[in-house]
Design a protein around this ligand. Structure first.
Ligand code: FER
Length: 305
């Protein structure tokens, strides 16, 4: 009996170790559906940290100068291909000035165009910069799926291990290839204080996973509606004292109608337990652009201050 119990314990430990070595569970369409359908339990502090943005905050406004959108092509030693990123240059951009950089990462079915096309990130920033509420910054919107074929997969191949694996491989692409290419081409303030990483859903998980693992590269990190690719808290925060000391801004958000909210709640609670300062904004959205535009609005105003 004792022997059986011991064997069972060893088997369980082996399973747990395998799961944690892998970091996150393998995604399948059924698991994704179950994750989106999880019951939502809200705690007393799962509330708005800020009032909702004013009406029209993500709409083009007459008289507001738009930033310039261009494409950056860079060579990736991870995929062995040239990869594309969309780059936002703020209104008044000049190569004679120097700018902080926000890297914005898309979701599991998206690509480098998602933040601009679906969320209207450029318009949110145009309006904030025009109102003097956000500092002029360069925004880099990469393709976060670091695969030789990095096209968004067809709908029936979005929630697959192959697609999710591309998002994990992007860590090295970002750190070793994209950031150096951006700093070589643009007049950036190329230090950690002036570099931020944020994303939505799969990109939120990437931002927490990569940002907190590279505090020497990023002083500011944001996870919006982070997906189950987010690492368990113990892996995310191996050195709470370093996180406390080095983070200028750590921002978490999710909609209170989003079935993935438990991912963000778990990170928020782990940060709270470890005494790591962060902002936690729970809005009234689902897993959608309303939440992502709103939280970009709140997050970007607080960057690089
Ligand atoms: C999952 C459910 C959703 C998952 C990822 C997602 C990795 C991502 C959603 C998105 O990016 O919108 O189980 O597993």
């Amino acid at each position: 009996m004792q022997h059986t119990k011991t064997l069972a314990t060893i088997a369980l430990l082996a399973l747990a170790t395998a799961a944690s070595a892998q970091g996150v569970e393998t995604v399948t369409p059924d698991r994704a559906r179950a994750n989106f359908g999880r019951p939502i339990t809200l705690a007393a502090d799962d509330v708005r940290a800020f009032p909702a943005p004013p009406a029209g905050f993500a709409d083009p406004r007459p008289g507001v100068a738009p930033g310039r959108i261009e494409e950056l092509s860079y060579a990736s030693g991870v995929t062995g291909t040239r990869r594309m990123a969309v780059v936002y240059l703020p209104p008044g951009y000049s190569a004679q000035k120097r700018y902080p950089v926000l890297y914005l990462l898309h979701g599991i079915g998206g690509n480098q165009h998602e933040w601009q096309g679906y969320v209207r990130a450029n318009t949110v920033l145009d309006n904030l910069i025009a109102d003097g509420k956000a500092l002029p910054m360069i925004v880099v919107m990469p393709n976060g799926r670091a695969l030789p074929d990095d096209n968004s997969p067809p709908a029936d191949r979005v929630f697959t291990a192959e697609n999710a694996a591309g998002f994990a491989k992007f860590e090295r692409d970002l750190i070793e290839f994209l950031i150096p290419a951006v700093d070589a081409k643009y007049p950036t303030l190329a230090d950690r204080q002036h570099r931020a990483l944020a994303g939505l859903s799969m990109g939120g998980g990437q931002s927490l996973n990569f940002g907190l693992a590279h505090l020497d590269t990023f002083a500011s990190v944001g996870g919006f509606s982070s997906a189950p690719n987010t690492k368990p808290a113990a892996e995310l925060l191996p050195d709470p004292a370093a996180a406390r000391r080095q983070l200028a801004l750590l921002y978490l958000s999710c909609g209170n109608k989003d079935g993935l909210i438990n991912v963000s709640q778990t990170v928020h609670r782990a940060l709270k337990e470890r005494g790591i300062p962060h902002l936690w904004n729970v809005d009234e959205s689902g897993h959608d652009r309303e939440s992502w535009a709103e939280n970009l609005f709140h997050f970007s105003q607080r960057l690089f201050r």
